[in-house]
Design a protein around this ligand. Structure first.
Ligand code: SAH
Length: 351
């Protein structure tokens, strides 16, 4: 982690840092409140701290706050897509979804991604860098400020592979669910991974109450390799064993994500193989009709094929939902807003 990045410090670390600066304990509490409850965008907003302390803090630390570049609001369901600029000029995207059970935010965990999933727009330009804990938090904080509404649920399903940025992710999850901060319930947090086996196991050992979503997308090792290069590194059997271990350690039911691609993984045979593969696992399957991207020729199965796939899986006593498409009118698949922005910038600057 970056020692200067005060907004990634835990409450205990802020206490230590301020004690080291000769400040009384209540100052640490005030500072932490400004950063994680009142969601200040800079030291200058912290009006109950003496000006001299604010100056010393600004000399010693950096303060992460994201700049909004673009905000698109769906007229269909109120979904909002945000593009944020980081302090080094990189851009990332996040989404606010409104459900009857509350507001859910989908955040990015990296700028870009190096996992290479064939149908995904976020990975086309490769990985630029990992996001800091404060930059993951910053997406939620800015959305809460800009929308004026409380965020109660979080999914780490935006650009990036969260378990490829493990230390920062874990620190972020601790800060987010800390009683001194936004205090989002661990049960309302989902982390989605393409299946980095050793880090699924590490996360399981933390015994947090967060939901693990595993991007499966295929019912055999061979087919998974066609869609997800990470399958060359990990055997499907080992990925599923790690999921079983996650359930054993945390008691949290696993979510399997399965993007349905017409003619690739959507047949009755695929559904039957999938059912047999996961039938013993305490799980839930989320079917996602693939969101086509222009760089690839993948397309969605028609509605009846999606329903048939669901019915077949249910015969294996598996709980299945079909993901509702949110914000269709402000659309595009995950990662496309960021990508088109970067392409525009390149055109304008000629680099
Ligand atoms: N790297 C993580 C989280 C990012 S993507 C992961 O792999 O899980 C969140 C989910 O959306 C993943 O299941 C991913 O495979 C899926 N996804 C990405 N692009 C998609 C697309 N164009 N259509 C349908 N699902 C997609």
């Amino acid at each position: 982690m970056d020692e200067r990045d005060i907004r990634s410090y835990t409450y205990e670390e802020v206490q230590l840092a301020l004690a080291g600066m000769g400040e009384k304990p209540f100052r640490a509490k005030q500072l932490y409140q400004w950063m994680h409850e009142k969601l200040a965008t800079g030291f200058e907003e912290m009006t109950n701290l003496p000006g001299s302390l604010r100056d010393r803090l600004a000399e010693r630390f950096t303060y992460t706050s994201l700049d909004m570049v673009e905000r698109m609001v769906s007229e269909l369901d109120g979904t909002e897509k945000y593009l944020f600029r980081l302090s080094d000029g990189n851009v990332i995207e996040s989404v606010l979804m409104r459900y009857h059970h509350g507001n859910s935010v989908c955040i990015s965990s990296q700028a870009g991604c190096r996992m290479g999933c064939r149908f995904c727009a976020s990975t086309l330009g490769g990985l630029t860098r990992n996001l800091l804990p404060s930059e993951m938090l910053g997406q939620i904080y800015q959305i809460q400020r800009l929308s004026g509404e409380r965020v109660s649920n979080l999914v780490v399903m935006g650009t990036g592979e969260p378990l490829d940025n493990y230390e920062n992710l874990l620190r972020f999850l601790r800060l987010l669910t800390d009683e001194h901060g936004l205090h989002i319930s661990q049960r309302n947090v989902t982390v989605s991974t393409c299946g980095i086996v050793e880090n699924i196991r590490r996360l399981a050992d933390e015994k947090m109450q967060i939901t693990l979503a595993l991007s499966l997308h295929a019912s055999s090792q061979e087919k998974r390799k066609e869609l997800m290069p990470i399958a060359y590194k990990y055997e499907l059997k080992d990925v599923l064993d790690a999921c079983r271990y996650y359930f054993a350690q945390t008691g949290r039911r696993i979510t399997f994500e399965y993007s349905l691609v017409a003619g690739v993984n959507d047949t009755a045979k695929d559904a039957a193989e999938l059912g047999a593969l996961i039938s013993g696992i305490n799980c839930h399957v989320n079917l996602i009709p693939v969101n086509p991207i222009k760089e690839r020729s993948y397309s969605q199965p028609d509605r009846s094929a999606v329903e048939a796939f669901k019915n077949k899986l249910e015969k294996y006593r598996i709980n299945v939902t079909i993901r509702r498409e949110m914000g269709r009118d402000i659309g595009g698949a995950c990662g496309q807003l960021r990508k088109s922005y970067i392409e525009e910038q390149r055109k304008e600057t000629g680099v």
